[in-house]
Every structure is written in C-alpha cells, then in structure tokens.
Ligand binder design. Structure first.
Ligand code: UDP
Ligand code: MG
Length: 322
C-alpha cells in the first residue's frame, strides 16, 4: 500500500441508531472530503437493529468512498459487532467509532496523522463527558478499576473510539476469546501508542445502555481481562480465617486462665454475635461462589466454541473493494 494513499477503515457498531445514522454519515463525509489524500472505507455493522436503522443506513452509506454493510443475524452486543467489523475491514488502519455521535468523527484525521507518524495504536482520551452524574460516576469507577487491573496500559478514560494498525488488528482478530473487551486488548498488545484528547458529548439521540447493563458490561470486562477477583477470594479467606484463629486463641487463653482461677465465670457470647458471624460467613461464601461461577461460566462459553457473531448479509460498494 503506497504511503501517500493509505486505506483507513472506520468500523461502526450500530444497534437501533435510526435517529443518528444520517447525521453520522454527514459528519463522516465532512472528514472524507477534507482529507482526499486518505482512501476511506466505512464498515457499518448492523447489530440486529429493530427500529428501521437498516433502511436509514442504506440511504446514507453510499456517501462513503468505499463501504461495507455487515448485517448480523440478531443482536450480538457491541463488542461482537466490533469484531465483525474488524474481520471485514480491509484498511491498513482500523478505527472504531460509535454511531451515537458521542465521539466526534472530526478527531479521526488527528488519529490518522499519529498513525502515519508511527503509532500502532491511537487512544482517544476523554477530557470531559456530557453524561448524567450517575453514569459518569459508574463509568469513571470502572475506568479506574480497569486501569489498575490492566497494568495501566489502557489510558484512563478511553473506550471504543481509537485506531489500530493492521498488525494490531490482525492480532485482535485471531484472539479466540468470547466477551473480549477489544479497546483494552488493543492496549494489551503493547505496541507503540499515542493519545489524542477530546470532549465526549452526550448521545445525539437514543438512550444507550441502561445503567444496570452498563454495570454488567463492566463486570464482564473485568473478569474477561483479569483473574484478580479470584485472588481476592483467597485474600478474604486468609483475613477471615486469621481473625477466627486469633479469636480462638484468645478464648483458649481465657479458659486456661480460668482454670488457674483468674476468672470466676467465662463470658458467654450472645446469640447476636453468632447470628452475625453465620450471616457474614454465608454471605462471603456465596459471593465467592458467584465469582468462581463467573469464571466457570466463561470456561463453559469458551468450551462450546460458538461463533462470536453470525453474518446474515454482507454488501459492499464504492471504489474497488479487495
Ligand atoms: N451497540 C451495538 N450493539 C449493542 C449495543 C450497542 O452495536 O448491542 C453500538 C451502539 O449502536 C453504539 C455503540 O455500540 O454505536 C456504543 O453503544 P452505547 O452508546 O450504547 O454504549 P456507551 O456509549 O454507553 O459505551
Ligand atoms: Mg454511546
């Protein structure tokens, strides 16, 4: 591929974004027109939308110099949709861009410039977020936990929006794991990375993931990436059994002292103490089982080896698609 005319693929996962696709396409066209020195490909993945997104998408997708429309047979989730787009993308660089216009397509040329300057991965980092406080808090908590778990490789406050080189894209495509969190894996590959900053807006239209689903997504991302929760169970067990042992030792010492006449009567613990101890231990054990179960379920899902997504239809157009 000649350096002066690189092919850049923009992969957009789309689920029920009928209200956004037209504006998204026009924003992308602004970028395409401003940078004719780049050969652009738009890979739109319709993740089983049910609100007429598909026909809206058909009306606008031709605006891209090259395009592919991948239709999944049902809703598989945004990470699977990204993976479907990644599989189809033919560019020397692949950019993930959400369809809800929270991430500005206007930032794309800057990412491409960083890539041309040698970065294999470009993260888009949010300076600010235009979302509700509860959502901001949850997302920020997740980012901080994840940052710690992933060993600081993935910059704080970055997400799907970002670029990766073909070399990185091919590595990501070959990763077999289900429920993978691709933005973090992009960082995990460890290639030279650059950062561009932007202000994240609120969704142009539509409500996005409900908070509870967002929390589920965060938990799934953490357990997909790290076995730290399993080790925390061990730590909790160590702390609780140490406390139990110390308490047992105290009671034993008391009995010995009583035997030699230091205490008249041994203090008998009340029902409350026993009840609290039983509930506490029961809770800790169930919680631990839940965490172990999560990892077991992951092994079960991997063992079944089902495909990450099913493509129902694939179309392409524009300049010669390889
Ligand atoms: N999305 C998808 N499949 C889904 C859910 C979402 O392809 O099951 C797409 C959605 O259309 C959007 C992107 O993934 O383009 C990010 O979704 P959303 O805005 O809901 O997530 P958030 O911004 O909260 O991370
Ligand atoms: Mg969004």
């Amino acid at each position: 591929m000649p350096e002066s005319f690189p092919l850049v693929s923009i992969v957009t996962p789309i689920f029920n974004e009928a209200g956004n696709v037209a504006l998204l396409a026009s924003r992308l066209v602004e970028v395409f027109q401003a940078h004719p020195e780049v050969s652009w490909e738009w890979v739109a993945v319709d993740d089983g939308s049910t609100d007429g997104t598909e026909s809206k998408l058909r009306e606008v997708i031709n605006a891209a110099p090259r395009w592919q429309l991948i239709q999944l047979s049902r809703n598989f989730g945004q990470q699977s949709a990204l993976r479907a787009g990644l599989d189809a993308a033919s560019g020397g660089a692949v950019i993930f861009l959400d369809a809800d216009l929270q991430d500005p397509p206007g930032l794309i040329p800057e990412m491409v410039a960083r890539w041309k300057a040698g970065a294999k991965v470009v993260f888009a980092v949010r300076r600010s977020r235009g979302e509700s406080r509860a959502r901001q808090f949850l997302v920020s908590l997740f980012h901080r936990c994840f940052h710690a778990l992933a060993g600081g490789r993935m910059p704080l406050d970055s997400g799907n929006f970002g670029l990766c080189d073909r070399e990185v894209a091919d590595i990501l495509r070959k990763l077999p794991e289900h429920d993978a969190f691709l933005p973090a894996l992009r960082a995990w590959t460890g290639f030279p990375a650059a950062v561009v900053e932007y202000d994240r807006l609120s969704r142009h239209s539509g409500s996005g993931l409900p908070l509870l689903k967002l929390a589920g997504f965060a938990w799934s991302a953490v357990t997909a990436f790290s076995d730290l929760p399993l080790r925390l169970i061990f730590l909790a067990g160590l702390v609780i059994s140490s406390v139990g042992f110390a308490y047992g030792a105290i009671l034993f010492a008391q009995r010995i002292l009583q035997f030699f006449g230091f205490f008249k009567e041994l203090e008998v613990l009340g029902f409350t103490t026993v009840a609290v101890a039983v509930f506490f231990m029961g809770g800790v054990q169930l919680l631990s089982l839940g965490i172990i179960g999560e990892y077991l379920a992951r092994i079960y899902r991997e063992a079944k080896g089902r495909p990450h997504f099913i493509v129902a239809r694939r179309e392409s157009g524009g300049k010669d698609i390889p």
